[in-house]
Design a protein around this ligand. Structure first.
Ligand code: COA
Length: 401
């Protein structure tokens, strides 16, 4: 692994160079998509508080809002929804590609690959002079960057990603693929494609609200990644594949899976306090806690916690939320660090019946809405993203041969 081998004579000159490691505190562009205000624990999408959207709107309406700037009226929503429902099928070749993936590969790797495959099928995302760019999926090279075709491509991603994830879910369990059902909402259809049946309306609402809460969060690591890729005039599929790669890490989206592994490791809520104290003494990072921007609590947590509690009522599995409270309280007492959205989302998805390694792919389903909004915003007013670094390596030297 390439380490940062410092030149021993390097002298930092803070008055000359202001290095912002991890881009902490750096404002790198403007956006009209969403705003996080840590002082008031608030998050707005296009002006609307996220809690209101989670309670009163469906995830599909929220995607429309993020892309178009306003909530749809009834006619606009009917047209949008009809398009989304009609676009859910994936090609038999893409389905076969998912089927052929190693059974043990992580579902985040599967969805990254399936989205890449979709990009290969959309010839609008291929350079015009490519010898392979012929036939199917739109005219080759017409709008690679997607300035005009991105709304259409974003809709394909929103509609097809749940189908790809559910297909992978079924194949990993040795089960047959269940095709999407256009009569169902996006959330209901996902349960149908994974389990072959719908849960109660209450459970569908918990899941749908979680998608809204996960849909967008300003310049987080994966969204920023999609903007960097877009800034080179690359296409939306490449940007989304890169976003999935960034989201996979446990410091970002992968944390919702790690939360559940941690809760299972603890096992009994009565052990939670001692487990947490010991983990902190061992300087372990506790998954589902802390945030780069929020320092006094994550705006999305109270709503998601409410829905996780609802899942505990519906399933009768009370222990996870008892453990939740014990871990939260101990972390606050010992470190004054608050839970982030992944902390309630982990047990909520578990109680819905999903396998743990599908929690982050579900996050992908939701964040596709936010990524696409940012990709379109970046493409509409672009400047290539290219920061600087401070060189701390060896002074100039020469190959003495
Ligand atoms: N568990 C234990 N300690 C934590 C912690 C956690 N989850 N999150 C932050 N801290 C501690 C750090 O160790 C550090 O302590 P120190 O000053 O004694 O060294 C202090 O709090 C500041 O944290 P820092 O790592 O500088 O914050 P960051 O902004 O760089 O990182 C996260 C933010 C989200 C990456 C970090 O909180 C984390 O790794 N959380 C767990 C993963 C997670 O839940 N990710 C999902 C984010 S939505």
């Amino acid at each position: 692994m390439a380490e940062r081998i410092m030149n021993p004579d390097y002298v930092a000159e803070p008055e000359k160079v202001n290095v912002k490691r991890g881009l902490e505190g750096a404002v790198v562009d403007t956006t009209a998509v969403s705003k996080v205000t840590p002082e008031t624990n608030s998050l707005i999408y296009r002006g609307y508080p996220v809690q209101e959207l989670a309670e009163k709107c469906r995830f599909e309406e929220v995607a429309y809002l993020l892309w178009n700037g306003d909530l749809p009226n009834a006619t606009q929503f009917a047209a949008f929804e009809a398009k989304e429902r009609a676009a859910r099928d994936i090609s038999k070749e893409n389905l076969q590609a998912i089927r052929l993936l190693p059974k043990k590969c992580h579902p985040m790797d599967s969805i990254r690959t399936a989205v890449s495959f979709l990009g290969c099928e959309d010839f609008r995302s291929v350079g015009g002079d490519s010898q392979f760019a012929a036939g199917g999926g739109g005219e080759a090279g017409t709008d690679v960057w997607g300035k005009t075709s991105n709304p259409d491509k974003a809709l394909l991603l929103l509609a097809k990603i749940p189908t790809m994830i559910a297909a992978d879910y079924r194949f990993k369990k040795g089960l047959d693929f269940i095709p999407p059902d256009p009569q169902r909402t996006l959330a209901d259809n996902f349960f149908h494609m994974c389990f072959g049946k719908s849960p109660s309306a209450e459970v569908i609402k918990c899941f749908d609200a979680s998608l809204t809460l996960y849909a967008e969060h300003s310049f987080n690591a994966s969204t920023f990644t999609t903007r960097v890729v877009t800034s080179t005039e690359s296409d939306i599929y490449s940007a989304t594949v890169a976003g999935i790669g960034a989201l996979k890490g446990p410091l970002h989206g992968g944390a919702n899976e790690q939360v559940m592994h941690m809760m299972i490791e603890i096992g009994d809520p009565r052990r939670a306090k001692d487990w947490m104290i010991q983990a902190l003494n061992e300087k372990r990072k506790i998954m589902g806690f802390g945030h780069r921007v929020y320092k006094y609590g994550d705006s999305r947590v109270p709503t998601m916690k409410k829905y996780a509690q609802k899942m505990a009522e519906v399933t009768g599995e009370k222990k996870w939320m008892v453990m939740y409270d014990a871990l939260e309280q101990t972390m606050l007492e010992k470190k004054k660090i608050y839970p982030n959205l992944d902390f309630p989302a982990g047990p909520a998805y578990y109680m819905m019946g999903f396998e743990i390694d599908f929690f982050t792919p579900i996050f992908v389903m939701a964040r596709t809405a936010g990524w696409s909004a940012h990709i379109m915003e970046q493409a509409a007013n672009n400047r290539i993203i290219r920061p600087l670094s401070e060189y701390v390596g060896s002074p100039e030297r020469h190959v003495n041969r």
